[in-house]
Structure formats: structure tokens, C-alpha cells
Design a protein around this ligand. Sequence first.
Ligand SMILES: NC(=O)c1ccc[n+]([C@@H]2O[C@H](COP(=O)([O-])OP(=O)(O)OC[C@H]3O[C@@H](n4cnc5c(N)ncnc54)[C@H](OP(=O)(O)O)[C@@H]3O)[C@@H](O)[C@H]2O)c1
Length: 264
Amino acid sequence: MKYGFIGLGNMATAIIKGMVQNNHFTAADILGFNRSFDKTKNLVDTYQITGCTTLEEVMKADVIILAVQPQSFAELLPKVNEHLFPNQTVISIAAGKSINYLEANLSKATTIIRVMPNINAIVGASTTCFSASKNATNEAKEMVITLFQTIGSIVELPEEQFTIFSAIAGASPAFSYMYIDTLARAAVRAGMDKKQALQIASSAVLGSAKMVMESHEHPWELVDQVCSPGGTTIEGVTSLQNDQFESTIFDAVNAVIKKDHSLA
Ligand SMILES: NC(=O)c1ccc[n+]([C@@H]2O[C@H](COP(=O)([O-])OP(=O)(O)OC[C@H]3O[C@@H](n4cnc5c(N)ncnc54)[C@H](OP(=O)(O)O)[C@@H]3O)[C@@H](O)[C@H]2O)c1
């Protein structure tokens, strides 16, 4: 099966890197086309993918991945539609472009899958979701799962939950980076070197996420386990609660959702 990327920016580069490092895919079966050729050449040189110089060439792939900015869609989609052939699957990773919009602009497409990866794809740790058009086969969905597992985890969601997903998986990496940096800054205030503090804080956050995912215990049970009676941790937990920790996070998630709705 051949995979054709249109747009070879940050996100396509991360996905292609994940694919070529995975045994399931062959670099030569990955076709890439970008508006400016330097990015295509760079990926051909780095990963030995098949570089395309025209849209017609990349449209010969079985699976087309639209990885341009959403604002380029109006100009690009009529040209993509012109070259679509039966049984091709179209994947869009563009933020804010619904399946309805894609179906309306790609009348020749039989299967459309909307995918939302996140920035952590760059280190193979994206939290991704997808939603498929009504007639998508299980085979097509399996293909998408296999493809995006090369850059992390993927879950199928009803499209109406993409906004919520974009808050807790798309925007939350920024919140988590802030939390890690704040922990490290607090350590600096207490006398630790910043570089070392960052290393320790990020490792602790990574370990805690692993614990929540693998212990199958409720996060609050884990909190209780760390808080020994009369100990130090309960002081920090109480301080966070007194400072409205939960409602601060609720507000941040709601702010993202509100903005997303206003853009739609
Ligand atoms: N970055 C993220 O964290 C993230 C997360 C989730 C979803 N996404 C989605 O992923 C898509 C790509 O994002 P990105 O961050 O990779 O953007 P990017 O780095 O700006 O890459 C977009 C690429 O598309 C190329 N391009 C634009 N119009 C084209 C056309 N008509 N034909 C061929 N190539 C064209 C651009 O070429 P030039 O170099 O010539 O400009 C550029 O290399 C967006 O739709 C975004 O919403 C991104």
C-alpha cells in the first residue's frame, strides 16, 4: 500500500519519521509532495521516501494524507478532488476541518478519516484521535490505527467530541510543560540547579502518568497512598486544594473549548 503526504511540514515530518522507524512500513511506499521542494528533498535525503514534484504524482498513492494548514484547504481540495480515484482513502489531520466539510469539498472521495494528532508526535508520543466517514470499512480504520500508532497512541471518538479532545490532548501538553517548568522553578527557589530540576520534574510527571495508566487505580487512591498521616505530601496537596487547583484546570479546559467553538 502506498501513502501520499500532501504538505511536508512539522506534523507530516513527525509522522513519516514514525512510519519509517516501524517495520510495518517501507520508506519507498511513502510519497511526499510539498509546495516548496526543499522540504521534500530533505525528507528524501533523510528517510529515503519517494519525493514527488507534482500533485498528480502524489495522488497515485492508495492513501492520501492532507497535512497542509487548514487555510490552504480551499485552494487545495478542488485539485485533490480532480485527481481522486475510486477506493482511495483520504486522511485529514487539519484542525477544525470537519468530515462534513471534507465530504462537501471532496465529492469523489469514498472514505474520509479525520485525525487529530498532538505535538508530542515529534518524540513518538502523540495522543491521537480519529473519526471516520459513515461508509469507512473496519479495514480502513485498522490502517489508520496502525499508521498513527507509529507516533504514539490513537483512539476512535465521535466527531462531536473532537473539541473536548483538543482541550485535554491538544492543548494540555502546554499545560503539562507549564506544570513541569513550575515544579522545576520551585526547586530552583529552594536551591537546585534548573537543568537538573527540569530532568527530575519531567521524569516524575512521566512516572506518575505511567502509574495512572498501568496501576488501574483511581488517581485519588494514588494520592491517598502517597500522603502518609502527618507527612509532608499531604501539606502540599492541601495547599493545592486551598489554592483552587481543580477549578483552575477546569477553567483552562473550558477556555480552550469556548475558543474552539467560537472559531467553528
Ligand atoms: N503542529 C501540530 O502540533 C499539529 C497538531 C494537530 C494537527 N495539526 C495539523 O496538521 C497540519 C499541518 O500542520 P504543521 O504544523 O505540520 O504545519 P506546517 O509545518 O506549516 O506544514 C504545512 C506544510 O504544508 C505545505 N503546503 C501548504 N500548502 C500546500 C499545497 N497547496 N500543496 C503542498 N504543500 C503545501 C507547506 O509548504 P511551504 O513550506 O511551502 O509553506 C508546509 O510545508 C495542519 O492542518 C494542522 O492543523 C498540527
